[in-house]
Design a protein. Sequence first.
Length: 342
Amino acid sequence: MVMSTSQDPFTAPFGTLFGERMTVAHLNEGVYTYSGEASPVENFSLHPATHALHYGSTCFEGLKAHRQVDGSLAIFRLNDHANRMVQSVGKLHMTPPDAEMISTMIIDAVEANASHTPDPPGSLYLRPTLIGTLQNIGAAASPSTSAILYVLTSPVGDYFAGGVRPLTIFIETTTPRTTPQFGMVKSGANYVMALGPTLDAKRDHAADQVLFATGGDITETGASNFFLVDDDRIITRNLDESFLHGVTRASIITLATDLGYEIEERSVPVDELVAWAEHGEAFLSGTAAVVAPVGRIKLDGHDITVGDGQPGANTLRLREALTAIQVGKNPDPHGWLTAVSS
Ligand SMILES: *Cc1c(COP(=O)(O)O)cnc(C)c1O
């Protein structure tokens, strides 16, 4: 087991340090039981027939607790993440936990690891996870009726150590990121599906990430949503079942509206992105990286610079608007923060 206390989250790679305590609940016969207390992070004992290992009955969430400028601690958009986890579990056809129980387990996990929360731009990254534990390799066509739900914590530094670096993205127009029935499930299955195209793009095009645009319409990258922005408007794909509805995405849309940008939620053809690159900005959004500027696009053998290739003013403005609320530097008019004791 890796302990976090002695290592520096600002130098360790993202996600490699863990808090010392976690919260755990068990699903049996349709009922989740949670003791109401955090316990030491330790290995689970899993039967080799465990359903999640064979038939993919697993999903997770990713959210953060931030040290506030006044020294207190707060979780960003707790309820939205808990609700999305309920949705993911439902789409795996397992008994979903109550969103309230998930929220309580997250709060308890944060409080138990409060002293390991790095100061901004670091944070305590929170990873609620569910694994189906039914011991039955014959259950390929039925859901797991038992499960472990747990909340692991990870002290993290700045995702972009050394400053916000513009990303190079490869546009994949043939292979989809996922299947229609899994677009809105936050699950490892989607990540492993995106892995092949991502490794190819890294090797063949020196890309950081793949933007999936099956049939010419942009959806998202392997783990983040996609935006176009200029001085007047922001554009992102409208919500449908084909992609994960990011909480960061929703936050950006709300903040951009507050700042007076016009919002366009609609389909975004790749051709429009190419034309947009001549004058506008593009960025990715997600909990881990917050807002990540796109500097270059690789498409059909072309190498396209977005704007001047550097992080744009509007992108940085939106990023700052979001992080200022997360750490309590600006007021929280939308009620996104949940205070926890530290
Ligand atoms: C988690 C995730 C995102 C980003 O969601 P946030 O709630 O903003 O962190 C986007 N796409 C996929 C596929 C994801 O798994």
